[in-house]
Design a binder for this molecule. Structure first.
Ligand SMILES: *[C@@H]1O[C@H](CO)[C@@H](O)[C@H](O)[C@H]1NC(C)=O
Ligand SMILES: *[C@@H]1O[C@H](CO)[C@@H](O)[C@H](O)[C@H]1NC(C)=O
Ligand SMILES: *[C@@H]1O[C@H](CO)[C@@H](O)[C@H](O)[C@H]1NC(C)=O
Length: 617
């Protein structure tokens, strides 16, 4: 247990260091200065009662919520590309806050809900939609208490309403906003914490009695709700630099570390055993083969050496294969670089949206490497139609992705969700792709064309060898499914957190963990692919290229299945279902491509290595 404490301390130190880079400058407010409160979209949450889970968000000012608007109508705040893609929609608000000025029961407006609106809002309350407000870049939070560690922490966002014991939903219509400030110098105050305690109270405008009955929507006719808020400014000793710490709460750090270390130990042992066996078998294989060659009287009957004349035979569909591998490499590099940036804190939660922007830009730029790999592999397989390869490399995978994205966007538009990406953003994405990705990709392809063909250690025979009947477990699907479990296992611990940050607006910040898991996953993918390809070759099956890809990428299947389980099968409505399945399959396909190309490249290196060792007469 000591070990975990030390590791945990180290990690938190690394994170604390990592989070606050220059770039996000602190704002100091004078006494009485306006403190702007911005409102972001309303996001769903994974409901813990048996209500349905929805996966799309709404604009704060979506008409059916009837929330109060600022005078002159809400104004949209400018956002980075990443924020838009990831669904943030930030507007200004009618709340008026001045530094150090406490307010009690300020009236906002009246909201009138028709019967259908009431049904809609009730449904949103039941499925756990949350407000997401921002003050000085800090999300308004709910205070929670962690019983295990006996600490307080902030959960981002606060509920739209609550459901009482009789399953009746009540809308919160009064907000007690508490702003924590840190006095930095004379008349210099900084916001270091924002919490909102929302209440539901049925009352007359102008008063906020603590014992008021909760708001309940009438089952017939319109319901009028009076909105109001109070503000208190409380001093805090938290410095600006550490203001995010309370938000980044790990429920039980020990469990995380424990499962991670546990699993990585298992994987490591496995890997060591596998590599040990592999190296030993190979060594004896190679020396045996080479001896046999010298003696020249015994014919070697089985084993991987027999297929030396076929192992570099191009796979079927070499064009598609090389393009997929190229795209996989592109995705893989994007992931590595993004994780690297995240690790050094450039993508901290205070830099909202930078993650999305960086990922997108790197994806576009790495089109060059992707196209190079695609062209190089294609040439290696003896492909002649390099022009088609040049065109397909930047078009095939990004095109399919973009198509799926546009299609799913229609579902979002149809659900009137705020998550729908506006047409102008779509145009920006297409423009970036044309201006950055396509030229980069063409450069990569042309460079691949200029490079000499990758040399093979053995020559390929004219006539393909017949492949003997294979045992069932060495067929591509069973072998892939078996091998996929291990890389999936290394990333499984993090899946829940990635999932809640993707769908339910939770802050993801354990990039250290993620990086470690990712490395583990890549290593496992490559080793599994190498091992299984070695076995296949021993059974004289030289169709290894597609197989190596599918063995490497098979963890994507488990990622998909796991994501289905994470929703506990309680998705609300057809749109949620389509969106969830759609995005989950998109993510799984991308993981498949990235890990698949890792598997292929590892196997290619391995095969080149072992066939270079044997003597062929
Ligand atoms: C603060 O907000 C009030 C009300 O919106 C406005 O009248 C005033 O001009 C603002 N003051 C500053 C310094 O921006
Ligand atoms: C809101 O306030 C008005 C008076 O201004 C009152 O008539 C009405 O009942 C109140 N509604 C609710 C839901 O509290
Ligand atoms: C505002 O209210 C809080 C909590 O009641 C109190 O601690 C603080 O001193 C008040 N601030 C001012 C300026 O009155």
């Amino acid at each position: 247990m000591k070990l975990f404490t030390i590791l945990g301390a180290l990690a938190s130190l690394a994170f604390a260091e990592a989070f606050y880079l220059p770039g996000v400058a602190p704002t100091s407010y004078a006494k009485g200065a306006n403190v702007t409160l911005l409102v972001n979209h309303l996001t769903p949450s994974l409901s813990d009662n048996n209500a349905k889970t929805y996966v799309y968000s709404y604009d704060y000012y979506y008409k059916r919520f009837h929330f109060c608007e600022p005078a002159g109508g809400p104004k949209k705040q400018s956002e980075s590309l990443g924020l838009i893609i990831f669904g943030d929609r930030i507007f200004d608000s009618p709340f008026e806050l001045s530094m150090l000025k406490n307010e009690t029961c300020k009236q906002l407006c009246l909201g009138t809900y028709s019967k259908t609106d009431a049904v809609f809002v009730n449904r949103a309350i039941k499925s756990g939609y949350k407000h997401n407000w921002l003050i000085d870049g800090l999300p308004a939070a709910n205070v929670y208490h962690d019983k295990r560690t006996d600490t307080q922490f902030y959960g981002v966002g606060f509920d739209l309403g609550y459901v009482d014991d009789d399953e009746v939903p009540h809308l919160y219509n009064h907000y007690d906003i508490m702003v924590e400030y840190h006095e930095r110098g004379p008349d210099e105050f900084r916001v270091v914490g924002v919490t909102v305690d929302a209440k539901s109270m049925k009352r007359d405008a102008g008063s906020c009695p603590a014992d008021a009955e909760p708001v309940k929507f009438l089952s017939s006719g319109d319901t009028t709700v009076n909105f109001s808020y109070s503000v208190t400014f409380v001093p805090s000793s938290t410095a600006w630099a550490t203001r995010w710490d309370k938000y980044l709460h790990v429920y039980d750090p020990k469990i995380q570390w424990f499962s991670l270390i546990n699993f990585s130990l298992i994987v490591l042992c496995l890997l060591i055993i596998i590599s040990h066996i592999l190296v030993r078998t190979l060594k004896s294989d190679i020396s045996k083969y080479n001896e046999v060659d010298i003696d020249d009287d015994v014919q070697d009957e089985t084993g991987w050496k027999l297929v030396h004349g076929d192992v570099f035979r191009p796979p079927p569909q070499r064009m598609v294969f090389s393009v997929l591998i190229g795209s996989g490499v592109q995705l893989f590099l994007m992931t590595v670089i993004t994780l690297f940036f995240a690790l050094f804190g450039l993508l901290s939660p205070s830099n909202r949206g930078s993650l999305g922007t960086i990922m997108f830009l790197f994806y576009a730029v790495f089109g060059a490497v992707g196209a190079f790999t695609s062209g190089y592999i294609y040439k290696f397989f003896g492909g002649e139609n390099w022009k088609l390869n040049l065109i397909l490399s930047p078009v095939l995978v990004p095109g399919v992705l973009f198509g799926a994205f546009v299609l799913l966007n229609f579902f979002l538009i149809n659900a009137q969700s705020s998550g729908a990406v506006p047409f102008t953003t779509m145009l920006v994405i297409v423009a970036v792709w044309f201006v950055v990705s396509v030229p980069a990709s063409v450069v990569g392809s042309l460079y691949a064309l200029k490079r000499p063909v990758l040399a093979t250690p053995v020559r390929t025979n004219q006539i393909p060898r017949q492949i003997p009947v294979q045992p069932w477990y060495l067929r591509t699907i069973p072998i892939s499914l078996i091998s996929g479990i291990f890389p999936f296992g290394s990333i499984a611990v993090e899946m829940y957190f990635i999932f809640s940050s993707l769908w339910f607006n939770k802050i993801y910040y354990m990039f250290g963990f993620l990086f470690f898991c990712f490395v583990l996953m890549v290593v496992t993918c490559s080793l599994m692919a190498v091992l299984m390809i070695y076995y296949s070759l021993c059974f004289e099956n030289y169709h290894w290229q597609w197989r190596a890809m599918s063995i490497g990428g098979a963890c994507a299947v488990y990622i998909f299945i796991h994501s289905l389980f994470l929703t506990k099968f309680s998705l609300g409505g057809f749109t949620s279902f389509v969106l969830y399945i759609g995005y989950s399959s998109m993510i799984s396909v991308l993981v498949f491509l990235a890990c698949g190309s890792v598997g292929f490249l590892a196997s290619l290196t391995f095969i080149k290595l072992i066939y270079a060792q044997i003597k062929i007469d």
